[in-house]
Ligand binder design. Structure first.
Ligand SMILES: [Zn+2]
Length: 223
């Protein structure tokens, strides 16, 4: 077209629209890095933050600036917890004495933990892996927190008798479950797996509460 665009600077793609302030373009680019947010949605969000309700925008900015100081992963299970300076970050589930300390549920992600909590079927505590074994994506066993999991199971303060593996019923989820069953089997704990009912390849997050509750109640020991 022969139209010269101004230099976008800071490594911006040429598709940054001409006439957009560079500060706004930076925000668009940052929002575009969020999961599930494409370029158009990022632009829509950024423009709303500039032209929509000013108090809402400033409140959001303040919350985001402080979020990482006051919300951090639980040091015991990996769930999201309230944090503060100089104190151990322990989530509300780990610090709830009414929870069964003998039952530990292993999930891939915090979203799965929250989905299981919504089902109301899990009265024990959790351990969040953060990732699944994935030969296709090059995630090997050494990248999973197996040592931390073993330490958590062996901790005499919280004797664990049953480990329920609630990784998703996908290829990666099943491979991870088998690895955990093998690694923990030698520790003398009963390793169980959620029953079928959650669709294969599906995310626990999207299973309905009844199905997820039944999958937990109908769990089986590894053969
Ligand atoms: Zn915790």
């Amino acid at each position: 077209m022969g139209i010269q665009r101004p230099s976008p600077g800071r490594g911006f793609q040429a598709r940054t629209p001409a006439g957009m302030p560079e500060r706004l373009a930076r925000v668009v680019q940052m929002l575009g890095r969020l999961p599930g947010v494409g370029e158009k949605t990022a632009l829509r969000y950024a423009l709303f933050l500039v032209t929509g309700d000013e108090t809402a925008s400033r409140d959001l900015g303040r919350e985001l600036a402080e979020l990482r100081d006051f919300v951090r992963p639980c040091e015991r299970c990996g769930n999201i917890a309230e944090a503060g300076p100089g104190v151990a970050t322990i989530c509300s589930i780990c610090s709830d004495s009414r929870r069964d300390p003998a039952l530990l549920c292993i999930v891939a992600r915090v979203q799965d933990l929250l989905a299981i909590e919504r089902s109301g079927a899990m009265r024990g505590r959790y351990f969040v892996l953060g990732k699944l074994l994935s030969p296709l994506e090059g995630v090997g066993a050494d990248e999973l927190p197996i040592d931390a999991l073993k330490a958590r199971v062996k901790a005499t303060e919280y004797p664990v008798r049953e480990v329920l593996v609630a990784t998703p019923p996908s290829v990666d989820g099943e491979a991870t479950a088998l690895l955990i069953a093998r690694e923990l089997g030698a520790l003398g704990v009963n390793v169980t797996r959620i029953a079928s009912g959650v669709p294969h390849g599906g995310d626990l997050e999207f299973a309905d509460q009844v199905t997820l509750g039944r999958a937990i109640e109908g769990r089986k020991s590894f053969g």
